[in-house]
Design a protein around this ligand. Structure first.
Ligand SMILES: [Zn+2]
Length: 173
């Protein structure tokens, strides 16, 4: 089965507000989540994906800091979160972020270093977690996608905080 197409900036669908998930008994929801996870795992160095990035305007994100080359010391592995909310924020840190929907750039973004979150898992069960450090950053980045926000909206200066990725150029023969 072909994997889902990942929308890239400036696709207008990346700016939509996503709708909540309401019917957890719908079998197509589980199929979609499996496809979303496949999409997340297929991106180079990607550790998160939100449903709007694959053209579905619904409130689902998936993160897995275990996919990172150097995973942070504290993380929860795979989390699939429907209708995610951030309840509390604390601390602040600036660090480099990338996004499958903005493949050519990375940027310096300020995020909270600790957040408490609430969500429903893929079966509709209510869950709460406290996330720290890079895992908290990935969550904040993905939840932004559900509100039509991209990391480039959060950088202070495009001149000093946006970086062109080094793209591997195949040798011309
Ligand atoms: Zn992103």
């Amino acid at each position: 089965m072909p994997s889902l197409e990942i929308l890239t900036y400036p696709d207008a669908r990346l700016r939509d507000l996503a709708d909540p998930v309401t019917d957890f008994s719908d079998p197509s929801l589980q199929t979609f989540i499996d496809d979303l996870l496949e999409g997340m795992r297929s991106g180079p160095g990607s550790m998160g994906l939100a449903a709007p990035q694959v053209g579905r305007s619904i409130q689902i994100i998936a993160i897995d800091c275990g996919l990172m080359k150097k995973p942070p010391p504290e993380h929860h592995g795979l989390i699939v979160a429907c209708n995610p909310e951030i309840l509390t924020w604390s601390g602040m840190e600036i660090a480099r972020e990338g996004c499958l929907s903005i493949p050519d750039y990375t940027g310096n973004v300020v995020r909270a270093t600790e957040i408490s979150v609430q969500y429903q898992d893929r079966h509709g069960e209510e869950q709460t977690l406290i996330l720290h450090g890079f895992e908290a950053r990935v969550w904040q980045h993905e939840v932004d996608h559900l509100e039509g926000r991209l990391f480039i909206d959060r950088i202070v200066s495009r001149r000093s905080d946006l970086f062109k990725r080094k793209v591997y150029q195949p040798r011309q023969r």
